[in-house]
Design a protein around this ligand. Structure first.
Ligand code: AMP
Ligand code: MG
Length: 288
């Protein structure tokens, strides 16, 4: 495991307010990094990305060759509005082969989804063997927005933490490697990003006036995040808080977290189930 994963991992005593969204934990202190951290991290991301792509290909290949292979990876992204979920998907998941990705976003539940328990739509979106899944928001919304905006009673949302832990254990036991990441931005950074969206007509489609209303609930959201992360960061499904005011650090850190999780699977390319020499001979024969 790289140092980054250890530094960002959430323990039961998490205090979100103690984590500076502009900090850069684990960034090497070397001169070349200090001189231009942004350029360094971007270059490093290219290398991490190449290794992510290789890991993803091995995962895909094993599932293709072995019908009993059950491993899959699931990156869960949560953040306040403008937290950078879309950017992270583009930059980090974007380093991998689209064919091996399964990306699903979760908005307000549809009337049909509301007729089922909150994990119903989530279960359907879990990646199958050999794939890297990404959740853009997730079942955690059911203890975040739902709690803060009082969409269900406290009695209901309180029962959801153990339900989530049970569900994630079930996923783990069926071969899912979970990497849960909260992209942690500051109140001021969110304001800047909302302003930037207003300034750019090509970003207006991303601007939602409700996001401004939601800012009034910022402290309640931070409290809900803290509870969710502290209660649901387990050995089989750890949470990580990635300081996300600096986009270059965010991408670099998430790539590290994903790569750590994937290398932990100790994947290899599947061995040939044929004799390459014999196949070569057959092909050469055909050309004569
Ligand atoms: P966006 O990520 O900008 O597309 O927005 C998606 C919206 O869906 C956010 O405002 C979320 O709070 C909302 N949302 C996601 N899941 C739920 C849920 N389970 N209940 C209510 N709102 C949700
Ligand atoms: Mg939004």
């Amino acid at each position: 495991m790289s140092q980054v994963s250890g530094l960002l991992r959430v323990g039961p005593k998490l205090t979100l307010a103690d984590i500076d969204p502009a900090s850069t934990p684990g960034l090497p202190g070397r001169k070349v990094v200090r001189r231009d951290p942004k350029a360094w991290a971007r270059a490093e991301l290219a290398e991490l990305g190449a290794e992510l792509a290789r890991q993803q290909e091995m995962l895909f290949a094993n599932a293709k060759k072995d019908r009993t292979f059950r491993h899959r990876v699931l990156l869960v992204l949560q953040a306040m509005d403008c937290g950078g979920k879309d950017g992270t998907i583009k930059k980090v998941a974007g380093t991998m082969n689209p064919q091996g990705l399964h990306i699903v976003g979760f908005g307000p539940p549809t009337p049909l989804e509301l007729k089922h328990d909150f994990l119903w739509r989530i279960r359907k979106a879990v990646p199958s063997a050999g794939l890297v899944g990404v959740f853009n928001r997730s079942h955690y919304e059911d203890v975040l927005v739902v709690r803060v905006r009082k969409l269900v009673t406290k009695r209901v949302w309180l029962t959801r933490y153990p339900q989530i832990n049970d569900f994630e254990l079930e996923l783990f036991e069926s071969g899912v490697t979970l990497v849960k990441v909260m992209l942690h931005i500051s109140y001021e950074e969110q304001r800047q990003r909302l302003l930037a969206r207003l300034d750019d007509p090509t970003k207006h489609w991303k601007y939602n006036p409700d996001d401004v209303d939601n800012r009034a609930y910022w402290p309640a959201y931070q409290e809900a995040y803290q509870d969710a992360l502290a209660r649901c960061s387990t050995d089989h499904a750890p949470w990580y808080v990635v300081p996300a005011d600096r986009k270059w650090y965010r991408d670099w850190a998430v790539a590290h977290l994903l790569l750590d999780a994937m290398s932990g699977l100790n994947l290899r390319y599947p061995a040939a189930d044929f004799d390459p020499q014999r196949e070569r001979a057959r092909l050469e024969e055909g050309t004569r």
